[in-house]
Design a protein around this ligand. Structure first.
Ligand code: APR
Length: 311
């Protein structure tokens, strides 16, 4: 069988690192695209020259146009500007809305069967916009945030519980912003609810740290935002799609009545496979988690309305 194909748009920190992870894992061939002339070509060539040492047969090419992206199975969109200290993800909205619109418009006709994984921020609103612009069924446009936020939560749980990260399962729902919703009732250390492992004060502390996990890194980096964990999360989603593996993961999906939410993209547990979001999994939430989810979704909705009025 011919290898599958992933287009990664944006050859910056997140995009280039995602591309590297995909070829090194031999998941698919990659077309890396960036608007800056030579950037994607140079990085792709550099990665190809690591193939002998890393031992991968997958191919990566770079381009400043979309000609070679036709018939992609997955399109990961990381194009846009990243946060600087003091900025919220929502501050990126005007610039990134134009970029994401143009990326989707240019790629969708060439790859009519692709599943889109959106990474550009503000994530939930950009995923909504990408879906609108694509004209695709909503299950084929999904946003990356739940995997990342849950991975950050898991990291902090393992640190506080002094246990192996391999035994931690963590769940964060809602929008990818300060209003995200860590869900301790579905976070465990090898099946043991974290509330039996950590005291309430510690859980509250790591909930807050998770919500501001991205900002903590922006503050250190000063000139940009996180990319190792974001790229790993985007690739985990691409992998679930390419391998049709039915992963149950939190992802930014289109709500059509699920969780009482309507016509909004928001982070919820989904089954992800070659069809994209095969199913939204509705779990029972505590009242406080459901309330926080509603609030978070309302914030996303307000931003989406603002965007739709401008693009
Ligand atoms: N088409 C293709 N590429 C573009 C376009 C466009 N219209 N506009 C910008 N880009 C490219 C830039 O040239 C740059 O190389 O997108 C890349 C973004 O890379 P970085 O600035 O390194 O940003 P990065 O850290 O990768 O973050 C990208 O992901 O996590 C989110 O908030 C983050 O929105 C940001 C995005």
């Amino acid at each position: 069988m011919a290898r599958q194909k992933v287009t990664v748009v944006g050859a910056g920190h997140v995009g280039a690192t995602a591309a590297q992870r995909i070829v090194e894992k031999q998941l698919a061939d990659v077309v890396l695209v960036d608007i800056v002339e030579g950037l994607a070509q140079g990085k792709a060539l550099d990665m190809m020259q690591s193939a002998a040492t890393e031992g991968f047969d997958t191919q990566i090419i770079g381009s400043d146009n979309y000609d070679q992206t036709h018939n992609s199975d997955v399109i990961i969109v990381t194009a846009g500007i990243a946060r600087k200290p003091g900025m919220s993800r929502d501050d990126l909205v005007a610039t990134n809305a134009k970029i994401v619109s143009s990326v989707v418009e240019q790629t969708v006709a060439l790859s009519p069967n692709a599943i889109y994984v959106i990474v550009s921020n503000p994530l939930d609103a950009m995923t909504f916009l990408a879906w609108k612009k694509s004209g695709l069924p909503s299950e084929r446009v999904v946003g990356m945030a739940g995997v990342l936020d849950s991975s950050r939560y898991a990291c902090f749980i393992a640190e506080e519980a002094k246990c192996s990260i391999k035994d931690v399962r963590a769940m964060v729902l809602g929008g990818h912003g300060d209003s995200m919703v860590p869900v301790p009732e579905y976070s465990t250390v090898n099946g043991i609810p974290i509330e039996q492992v950590l005291d309430a004060q510690t859980i509250e502390k790591i909930n807050e740290r998770t919500k501001h996990g991205g900002a903590e890194i922006v503050k250190y980096l000063k000139t940009g935002s996180a990319y190792y964990a974001p790229s790993a999360s985007a690739v985990a989603m691409a992998e679930a799609i390419l391998l049709d593996s039915n992963r149950l993961i939190p992802a930014c999906a289109y709500m059509n009545g699920e969780y009482g939410l309507q016509d909004v993209y928001c982070g919820v547990p989904v089954i992800l496979n070659k069809h994209g979001v095969q199913k939204i999994v509705e779990i029972e939430l505590r009242d406080e988690s459901q309330r926080a989810l509603n609030e978070s979704a309302n914030g996303v909705k307000a931003l989406c309305d603002k965007i739709l009025a401008t693009v």
